[in-house]
Design a protein around this ligand. Structure first.
Ligand code: CUA
Length: 336
């Protein structure tokens, strides 16, 4: 047997080291999907609850570890006197029933408070936004402002936002960790999520419910703007894009005579509704639900063959030549 123990020990040790390395690798506090930096009232209350539960769990783990080590040392084999035996000790039994009940109560009270907070009704001054989860992109509609956009949600800092979530195909889940918890997007059912973002910045989000081939590619960004910046953004979204010139004008002509118009809206040009509204496509920083930075090269590659870039994409390749794809990309990027 001894022939095999050393290799097994080495294997166990290296697996343990790998485990620690992978565990620590996931510990970056300020990663884009961190839950440890809260930037809204809702995220703050969830983070506070994490703190309480982690504190209680660490305290219990420490107490158990200290008692365990003490018993191991005190009653180790070489002075193996049998410890005194206890049976039917009423006070002990009541104690170890009440103590865990108190621990559960200490966790349950703040937990229930936060659960109610996550279901809070929106205040009347909240900015209403309708969120639609599609395979595999996000649509954002601002009914009071008459603005529709995709994959990049702009909201003003300091004002409550009331999201109403719904979708036309399968179940998705809207999750922007720094702004709040996950909320399922269920076809035929209106779910709500209400929070007040407090710090301007860009926050990453991700669909958190498996929804098909490109579930992992269903990202989003929430841009929290200072109020004046948000007003400017809204004004830019409502403006009619300038008439394109040069290659972009050629791109517009190709767009207008191809199948693009059946699926996409560009105000004044087309009214399709299956794919994202492209009226201000050029103002977005990313492409294909956050997969790529929006550049002339990535947009042209996307227009030429979307499925090659995003598995399962519902947008088919339209058989454009490289030159045509580049012209369409120039047109789309001119829409700001
Ligand atoms: Cu949508 Cu996963």
């Amino acid at each position: 047997m001894s022939c095999c123990r050393a290799p097994i020990r080495r294997l166990v040790a290296s697996m343990g080291a790998l485990d620690v390395a992978l565990g620590l690798g996931g510990c970056a506090r300020d990663g884009p999907m961190t839950t440890l930096i809260a930037r809204s009232d809702l995220a703050r209350s969830i983070l506070h609850l994490y703190g309480i539960i982690t504190g209680v769990a660490v305290a219990i783990a420490l107490i158990v570890a200290v008692v365990l080590v003490w018993i191991l040392v005190r009653y180790r084999g070489r002075d193996a006197a049998l410890p005194s035996q206890t049976r039917g000790h009423t006070a002990l039994e009541i104690g170890w029933t009440i103590a865990p009940a108190l621990v559960l109560l200490a966790i349950a009270v703040p937990t229930i408070q936060v659960i109610f907070r996550t279901q809070a009704a929106p205040v009347p001054a909240a900015l209403e936004i309708r969120v639609l989860g599609h395979q595999w992109w996000w649509e954002f509609r601002y009914p009071s402002l008459d603005v529709v956009t995709a994959n990049e949600l702009h909201v003003p800092a300091g004002r409550p936002v009331a999201l109403t979530l719904d979708g036309p195909d399968v179940i998705h889940s809207f999750w922007v960790p720094q702004l709040g918890g996950k909320r399922d997007v269920v076809p035929g059912r209106l779910n709500r999520l209400t929070f007040t973002p407090d710090t301007p910045g860009e926050y990453r989000g991700q669909c958190a419910e498996f929804c098909g081939l490109s579930h992992a590619n269903m990202g989003l960004r929430v841009v929290v703007d200072a109020p004046a910046t948000f007003e400017r953004w809204i004004a830019a979204q409502k403006a009619t894009p300038a008439e394109p010139t040069g290659p972009a004008a050629e791109g517009k002509a190709i767009y207008a005579r191809s199948a693009c118009v059946g699926c996409h809206t560009i105000r004044g040009v087309s009214t399709g509704s299956l794919g994202p509204d492209l009226t201000t496509f050029g103002s977005r920083r990313t492409l294909a639900a956050g997969m790529f930075p929006s550049t002339a090269a990535t947009v042209a590659a996307w227009v030429k063959d979307p499925i090659a870039l995003k598995p399962g994409s519902k947008m088919p390749a339209l058989g454009l030549t490289d030159d045509q794809a580049r012209a369409v990309a120039a047109y789309l990027l001119s829409l700001k």
